[in-house]
Structure formats: structure tokens, C-alpha cells
Design a binder for this molecule. Structure first.
Ligand code: FES
Ligand code: FES
Length: 154
């Protein structure tokens, strides 16, 4: 089937999409957007998180066909010609990136949190990121990055 949707602000059309194909596969393997990571393909880790019509979703659990006519924003789409998004900058500055596998999904989830709650408490941060697993950092640097991003965006 043919799937047409907007990805990071640009209309994209992909042919010969298989009915069982995931949005994550479409992004990574067909459109050359490797930012969203495939760590579990079961909706458990959050490394594949993208915005779908403004709502964060695990793209490994969304069929590519479900994205037809909709707006997808990946971690690549959060940066602009002016540079990285403040959340992306904060992860780098706070040292919250180790292997980096969890980072793209975390950045999308943190971006969404700060859009909804510009000054989140620590419990609010932990709750918002409960679906994003990190095996490397112990989460403290990630917490630092979220607090830093919240300050920078103000
Ligand atoms: S790869 Fe999608 S939730 Fe883990
Ligand atoms: S930095 Fe390695 S899984 Fe989070």
C-alpha cells in the first residue's frame, strides 16, 4: 500500500508498505531517519518514541498505515536551522547520554512534558518518563537534564 504523511514538516510518500510494517520501520529503514531507536519492538522501552499528531507514541507499536494523512515528528524534527532544541542541548550539557540508545525517545518524552508542564516537580518528571527505560545512566543525569531544560526554556 501507499502511505503519505507529513514527517518533520515535509510531506513524504512511501510505496509498497506492508500491512504489518511499523511506523518505526518506515522511519528508519525506508526514510533514512535513524534517530528513533529499536531496542525492544514491544512497547516496553520507549526508545522509539515519536510524536503522532502531537501525542508521543511508541512507533514500534503503530502500524505505518496508521500514520497516513497524519503528522509525525521525530527527534530529528525537534532541531531547527537555528540549532538543537533546548532539551537536546540539556541532555548533552548534563551528560545524560551514554550509549544513547534511550536518548531520542527520552528527548521526545521530555519535550512533551515541558510543553504540558513547564516547571515539573521531580515526581512529575519521573512519572512522565516511566515508559522510557535507560540501562546506563541510573537516571540521575537524565533528571538533571530535564531540570536544566526546564530552566533554559523559561
Ligand atoms: S522499541 Fe518501541 S518501545 Fe522499545
Ligand atoms: S544511555 Fe544507554 S540506555 Fe540510556
Amino acid at each position: 500500500m501507499r502511505v503519505t504523511c507529513r514527517i518533520n514538516g515535509t510531506a513524504r510518500t512511501v510505496d509498497d508498505v506492508w500491512e504489518g510494517e511499523s511506523l518505526l520501520y518506515l522511519l528508519r529503514e525506508r526514510l533514512g531517519l535513524p534517530g528513533s531507536k529499536n531496542a525492544c519492538e514491544q512497547g516496553e522501552c520507549g526508545s522509539c518514541t515519536v510524536y503522532l499528531d502531537g501525542t508521543p507514541v511508541c512507533s514500534c507499536l503503530v502500524a505505518a498505515g496508521q500514520a497516513a494523512g497524519r503528522e509525525v515528528v521525530t527527534v530529528e524534527g525537534l532541531a531547527s536551522d537555528e540549532g538543537l532544541d533546548p532539551v537536546q542541548e540539556a541532555f548533552l550539557e548534563a551528560g545524560a547520554v551514554q550509549c544513547g540508545f534511550c536518548t531520542p525517545g527520552l528527548i521526545v518524552s521530555v519535550h512533551d512534558l515541558l510543553e504540558r508542564v513547564p516547571e515539573p516537580s521531580d515526581p512529575q518528571i519521573r512519572e512522565a518518563l516511566a515508559g522510557n527505560l535507560c540501562r546506563c545512566t541510573g537516571y540521575e543525569k537524565i533528571m538533571d537534564a530535564v531540570r536544566l531544560a526546564a530552566r533554559t526554556r523559561r
